[in-house]
Design a protein around this ligand. Structure first.
Ligand SMILES: Nc1nc2c(ncn2[C@@H]2O[C@H](COP(=O)(O)OP(=O)(O)OP(=O)(O)O)[C@@H](O)[C@H]2O)c(=O)[nH]1
Ligand SMILES: [Mg+2]
Length: 351
């Protein structure tokens, strides 16, 4: 999703913190938030459940004043690690320029770490990206645990490719910025290799590796100088975290469809109206199926849903491009379906 504005000499890059549930992704983002100069960071948005599990994603915008000749804007996201939020993970991962994989050093998490890495590989490959050539760094987090799995063992299981890896304690912030600087370096290098970003000061005769090294060094000093001047304060429950309410449609959804409804709402918020309508349609089909196997018209009738609205949603999706009205309409019909399902007591507990 990197965008480069050559006139304004500005790069925007998206970095996603990925990993199994409870590995420390949200904690890592909070430490980064606390470390970046207030003038260079936006608001940290988190959407935790009561048990502090990420439901949707966390988001932190950070501005790096200059990287070489360019200003760099970073959008840092975390995914929800819990297995059943894969639809959300895929969406958050879309257009990522780099990933920080946060692995859990707890011995009980070894399988979950491997499964999450496999899930990352699969979700990237669905986007046509091979993980082996994608900017990736790994945090071996929770190194403070007395019974932490030896780093060599974790490296053998998760890092056969030999990407930069770091022992971290997200609770205290140890190692977190080193991992972040490493992923920024890799992302910039990748953008330069793909000629999305020109080298800062091209030297006609300089070999490629010399330019990369040079840009890495200047990036390092720029980051040090402009962004990470503040010592990490003691971790504390932070009152400044915005807690946006559940989207109005997701809030009505039966548990089995909450994740899909969120995806539709996020697509809407991101201006991806076609994605929103498409997700609404898929969710409508799944929701209607709770009324039993029959035609969509019959399912709509059984649920007391206006069949013309459902048909209209299909028609709008067929038009090629969808606008904000189409997406709003699709979300509205989805909300109607959720209300009808609740009234009908569906899905029944055996679903
Ligand atoms: N001991 C220890 N605990 C940690 C560390 N980092 C995070 N934790 C704890 O692990 C738990 C989960 O941390 P989160 O940051 O919410 O984990 P997450 O990866 O965002 O989890 P999901 O949102 O469910 O995917 C919390 O209780 C944290 O306090 C660490 O470095 N050491
Ligand atoms: Mg989280």
């Amino acid at each position: 999703m990197s965008t480069v504005n050559v006139m304004a000499r500005e790069i925007a890059a998206k970095i996603v913190f990925y990993g199994p549930g409870l590995s420390g992704k949200t904690t890592t983002l909070k430490r980064i938030y606390e470390t970046v100069k207030p003038s260079l960071r936006g608001e940290l948005m988190t959407l935790p459940t009561e048990a502090d599990r990420t439901l949707f994603f966390d988001f932190l915008p950070v501005r790096v004043e200059r990287v070489g000749d360019y200003a760099l804007r970073l959008a840092l996201y975390t995914v929800p690690g819990q297995v059943f939020y894969n639809a959300t993970r895929k969406l958050v991962l879309q257009g990522a320029d780099g990933v920080v994989f946060v692995a859990d050093s707890n011995p009980g998490a070894e399988d979950a770490n491997r499964e999450s890495m496999a899930n990352l590989e699969e979700n990237l490959s669905e986007q046509g990206i091979a993980i082996d050539s994608f900017p990736l760094v790994i945090q071996f987090n929770k190194r403070d645990l007395g019974n932490a799995v030896p780093t060599a063992k974790m490296r053998a299981a998760l890092n056969r490719r030999g990407v930069p890896d770091f022992e971290t304690v997200a609770m205290s912030g140890e190692g977190v910025l080193d991992a972040m600087k490493a992923i920024i370096r890799l992302v910039i290098k990748d953008l330069r290799a793909r000629k999305i970003v020109p080298s800062s000061k091209p030297k006609p005769s300089a070999p490629a590796h010399a330019i990369a090294k040079d840009s890495g060094a200047s990036l390092e000093s720029q980051l040090q100088e402009h962004v990470m001047m503040q010592p990490a304060p003691e971790p504390a429950p932070a009152p400044f975290f915005a807690k946006p309410a559940l989207g109005p449609v997701a809030a009505l959804a039966p548990a089995a469809l909450i994740d899909n409804a969120r995806v539709a709402e996020l697509a809407f918020a991101a201006g991806d109206f076609e994605g929103c309508v498409r997700t609404c349609l898929e969710t409508l089909q799944r929701g209607l199926a709770f009324a039993g196997e029959s035609s969509i018209a019959h399912q709509s009738f059984l649920l007391g849903l206006n069949g013309r609205d459902v048909l209209d949603t299909y028609t709008r999706s067929q038009r090629g491009t969808c606008n904000i009205d189409d997406a709003s309409f699709a979300l509205f019909v989805l909300a109607q379906l959720f209300v009808r399902l609740t009234q009908a007591g569906l899905p029944s507990p055996e679903h």
